[in-house]
Each structure stands twice: as structure tokens, then as C-alpha cells.
Design a protein around this ligand. Structure first.
Ligand code: CAA
Length: 380
């Protein structure tokens, strides 16, 4: 067992840390307030190779391992989770899904532009009445020979308006249940494809979340990913990796909140000394540090499993479940340590607290992670 990061992983960490400080931190409060998508920042991340980190260089990616990706996600999320969720969805749901299950023509047409960040993608599974219960897809993709006709509504879609390419999960044959679901690549601008209103969110307010409406959209058969009926498995397999990205995001939020609280506790004085000298604060910091380290081990282990070709359904679910809980608890305590200042936007921790909540909800709620974990440990 070797817990040492490689030279390359350390370099990625430094590059992501520098980028976060120099490019994400300036204006992060204003973007959150104005719900402004970090367009210029995402463009630069693409130029630096962060939008297709694990994609093979022959398709324009950086060819890095999942641990490097998790490390970069952690660094970005310490500062700006509105930007890091774009990185996560593009890398682990869209690029990974197309690279792993798409055919050569789809990779040529879509993956190269997605991996370089020239365009970004969205992953469209959730519906007004199919969130956790993902097999109950009401969006239909009716088979018409050489194309599908797509109808329905998707909800809470990250990159809803900024994406150019959408991976849409839809029911083709209701009789077959989840085995009758397909995953289709839909392009922005296809006739009958409308972007619905933008959501006004508690956290990750700079990210662009919309509903999507499909009205008789004609999607060529060549845009289907995998065999007929592979769509639900495609979604599950892709989400299993996505959960590692969100776990790393949660880890970053926790680390960011902790680092701010640690610094503040050494500066702020009360009762004649820095508040870090009071055990009430020092013990909070000790708990935060310990829990963050435990979360980091779970996240890196899940990433390592993926890199080794091991099954990572269980380790990814455990990483997401625990890291998102640590993100929430740490951010709340970081606000507490900052006292009145913690309630004020300038000190960043209130934003981290608001951003933390979504990590317990998207890409499978904590309850869904417990279903995945309990089914795994109870399996014969
Ligand atoms: N890998 C491969 N196949 C899988 C799988 C996996 N990880 N998980 C399930 N499957 C397969 C099962 O084997 C089964 O296939 P067979 O019948 O051939 O064996 C099929 O999928 C159906 O599985 P279940 O019977 O377990 O289905 P279920 O209805 O009990 O639900 C669930 C399973 C785990 C609860 C699933 O519905 C789920 O993960 N729900 C949460 C959905 C989710 O994460 N949504 C997030 C939205 S995306 C998002 O947030 C992105 C964003 O923008 C940030």
C-alpha cells in the first residue's frame, strides 16, 4: 500500500490550486449573487485540459487517471463549486459516457470537442416525476426505423442552457421496463428541443440549471449510445463514476471551509486570545480535520478502484455518502467558528455551506447511496 501521490498528481494539484486562486476566486461572490455562469473560467479550464481529464489524448483529452481528476475537483471546489460541477458533469458523465460506450463516429463527432472544452455537455436523466426512481422514465423515444421521436420533459439539468450536447435518457418500449430505455445524443438547436426556465437555487448559483422540453424531436438512430435498451445501464454505469466526481466536490467544499475556519481562528481574538486557543474551537477543528481526512481516503480509494478496473459502485457510493455529509457538517461548523462574520457573504463560508447541500442530493441522494451500499453488502 502506498499513499504517496505521484509527481504528476502533485503537479495537477498545484495547477488546479493556482487556477482556483487566480481565476476562480476573483468574482466568485458576485457570480454566486448574480447567478452568473463562469463562462470565461470554464473556457480557460478547457484550454488547460481540465474538461476532458481522463479522455484518451487521441480524442483531445488529457489521458490522466481518476485520482488526478478527483484531486483537481477537490481544489476547484474549495473555491467555486458552480464551476466544479460543470467540470464534473462534463468529465465523468458526458465525456466518460461517450468514450466508454459511444461508437467511433460519435467519439469523432462529439467527444473531441467535449474533451477540449470547445463545447460542454449535459446529462439528462431526472424528470419532474422520476428523480430517485430513475427507471420510471416518462420521456419517450419512439422508434421510427431510422430515427427516434423524442417527447417529454427533463428537470434540474446542469449546464441546461450552456451545453451544446445532451445525453438524454428516454423510454422506447414501456413493456420492457428499464430494459426498454435508450440513451440518445441530442444537439442544441434540434427542432422541437426547447430550453425551459432557469432554476433560482440555494447553492451552486453560478451553475446553469434548467428544465428541458422535447416536442417531437427527431433524433437519428446513429445518435443512440450502445445497443437498443442499453440506456438505463448506461445511466447507472455513468452515474457510478459521476458519484466519485461529486464526492470529490464535497471533499473540496469541506476542505475549503475548514481552511478558512482554521485561518480565521488564528486571527480572531476573544477573551484576550486567538479563538483557536479556546478548546471549544480547537476541538471543532480537530473533528473537521479528522473527518476530512477520512473522506479523502474514501474518495481516493473509489478513484483508485476505477483506475484499477475494479468495480467502484460500492466505493463510489460510500465516498459520496460520507464526503457529502462531511461537507455539510464542516461548512456549518465553519460558519459557526466565524460567528457573525460567517453569516456575511464576504467571508465565503456561508456560500460553501449553501453549496454543500446539493452534494447530498444530486447524482443520487444520500438515501439512494444507502440503497446502493446496503444492496451490495446484503447480496448473497
Ligand atoms: N451498473 C450497471 N447496472 C446497474 C447498476 C450499475 N451501477 N445499477 C443498477 N443496474 C442495473 C441492474 O442490474 C438492473 O438490471 P438487470 O435487471 O438487468 O439486472 C437495472 O439496472 C435496474 O436496477 P434496479 O433493479 O436496481 O433498479 P431500481 O429501480 O431498484 O433502482 C437505483 C436502482 C439505484 C435506485 C437507481 O434508480 C438510482 O441510482 N437512482 C438515482 C438516480 C440518480 O442518481 N439521479 C441523479 C440524476 S443525474 C444528476 O444529478 C446529474 C447532474 O446534473 C449533476
Amino acid at each position: 500500500m502506498d499513499f504517496t501521490l505521484s509527481e504528476e498528481q502533485l503537479m495537477i494539484r498545484q495547477a488546479a490550486r493556482d487556477f482556483s486562486r487566480n481565476e476562480l476566486l476573483p468574482g466568485v461572490i458576485e457570480r454566486d449573487e448574480a447567478q452568473k455562469f463562469p463562462k470565461a473560467q470554464i473556457k480557460k479550464m478547457g484550454e488547460m485540459g481540465f474538461m476532458g481529464m481522463m479522455v484518451d489524448p487521441i480524442y483531445g483529452g488529457s489521458g490522466l487517471d481518476t485520482i488526478s481528476y478527483a484531486i483537481a475537483m477537490e481544489e476547484f471546489s474549495k473555491v467555486d463549486s458552480s464551476a466544479s460541477v460543470v467540470v464534473s458533469v462534463n468529465n465523468s458523465l458526458v465525456c466518460w459516457g461517450v468514450e466508454t460506450f459511444g461508437n467511433e463516429a460519435q467519439k469523432e463527432k462529439y467527444l473531441k470537442r467535449l474533451a477540449t472544452g470547445e463545447i460542454i455537455g449535459a446529462f439528462c436523466l431526472s424528470e419532474p416525476e422520476a428523480g430517485s426512481d430513475a427507471t420510471s422514465q416518462r420521456t419517450t423515444a419512439i422508434d421510427k426505423g431510422n430515427h427516434y421521436v423524442l417527447n417529454g420533459t427533463k428537470n434540474w439539468i446542469t449546464n441546461g442552457n450552456t451545453a451544446e450536447v445532451y445525453l438524454v435518457i428516454a423510454q422506447t418500449d414501456k413493456e420492457k421496463g428499464h430494459k426498454g430505455i435508450n440513451a440518445l445524443i441530442v444537439e442544441k438547436g434540434m427542432e422541437g428541443f426547447e430550453i425551459g426556465p432557469k432554476e433560482n437555487k440555494l447553492g451552486i448559483r453560478g451553475s446553469d440549471t434548467h428544465s428541458l422540453i422535447f416536442n417531437d424531436v427527431i433524433v437519428p438512430k446513429e445518435n443512440r449510445i450502445g445497443e437498443d435498451g442499453f440506456g438505463f445501464k448506461f445511466a447507472m454505469k455513468t452515474l457510478a463514476g459521476g458519484r466519485i466526481g461529486i464526492a470529490a466536490q464535497a471533499l473540496g467544499i469541506a476542505s475549503g471551509a475548514y481552511e478558512l475556519a482554521l485561518k480565521y481562528s488564528k486571527e480572531r481574538k476573544a477573551f484576550g486570545t486567538e479563538i483557536s486557543n479556546h478548546q471549544a474551537i480547537a476541538f471543532k477543528l480537530a473533528d473537521m480535520h479528522t473527518q476530512i481526512e477520512a473522506a479523502r481516503h474514501l474518495v481516493y480509494k473509489a478513484a483508485w478502484d476505477k483506475d484499477q478496473g475494479n468495480n467502484y459502485d460500492l466505493s463510489g457510493a460510500m465516498a459520496k455518502l460520507y464526503a457529502s455529509q462531511v461537507a455539510m457538517e464542516t461548512a456549518v461548523e465553519a460558519v459557526q467558528i466565524h460567528g457573525g462574520n460567517g453569516f456575511v457573504k464576504d467571508y465565503h463560508v456561508e456560500r460553501l455551506m449553501r453549496d454543500a447541500k446539493i452534494t447530498q442530493i444530486y447524482e443520487g441522494t444520500s438515501e439512494i447511496q444507502k440503497i446502493v451500499i446496503s444492496r451490495d453488502i446484503l447480496r448473497d
